[in-house]
Design a binder for this molecule. Structure first.
Ligand code: 5GP
Length: 201
């Protein structure tokens, strides 16, 4: 069976990544890996679905037991991708999306060079600030911390294979599917496809 693709999907907080992913996941051939984090749940978030919410002690214990593919600290909290959320699904031919920040993405680039790296950018920093304020879940000082973090992350977008600007949601989602489609048509994946065609002769 053709294996699923590992897709690294990074976007600064407030870029509409959650809304984009909700649209993408309406397609059954994708799943997102549920990350572990030490941050507190926001209103409306559910343990085991939004994140695996862990204490710092539990997070460190999993890191020591080598249960993470990667983990990183972001704005004072730990975030990590559990191996159990990724490899079993790739084996089943499902494309797994890692919704992770740039440090974690660069670690994945080293250990899984065949992954596809997609960066979601806001149309402007002004629009990013407006979206973060509208969300209303964070205090003003946290919003400014996230805006300055976003500026740093946007500078690293050139390390990704593709950059998609999320201005109009539908366009951004269509761009994402176009990227996946182009990726799957790359010649390096054609030997398996060619074999499949020839087996039918
Ligand atoms: P938030 O607190 O807004 O949910 O997420 C903050 C940042 O952590 C986002 O950029 C998000 O993509 C990133 N993040 C979420 N899960 C992981 C993970 O498993 N590993 C890494 N490195 N970053 C993550």
């Amino acid at each position: 069976m053709i294996k699923g693709r590992l897709i690294v999907f990074s976007a600064p907080s407030g870029c509409g990544k959650g809304t984009m992913l909700a649209e993408i996941l309406k397609n059954d051939s994708f799943r997102t890996a549920v990350s572990a984090t030490t941050r507190n749940p926001r209103e409306g978030e559910t343990d085991g679905i939004s994140y695996h919410f862990l204490s710092r002690e539990d997070f460190d214990r999993k890191a020591d037991a080598d249960e993470f593919l990667e983990h990183a600290e972001y704005c004072g909290n730990c975030y990590g991708t559990l191996k159990s959320e990724v490899d079993p699904y790739l084996e089943q031919g499902i494309d797994v999306i890692l919704e992770i920040e740039v440090q974690g993405a660069m670690k994945i680039r080293e250990i899984r060079p065949d992954a596809l790296f997609v960066f979601i950018a806001p149309p402007s920093v002004k629009e990013l600030r407006r979206r973060l304020k509208k969300r209303g879940t964070e205090a003003d000082n946290i919003i400014e911390e996230r805006v300055s973090k976003a500026s740093y992350e946007i500078k690293l977008a050139e390390n990704y294979d593709y950059v998609i600007v999320n201005d109009a949601l539908e366009d951004a989602v269509n761009d994402f599917f176009a990227v996946i489609r182009a990726e799957k048509l790359k010649s390096k994946y054609s030997p398996e496809l060619i074999d499949k065609i020839l087996n039918e002769v």
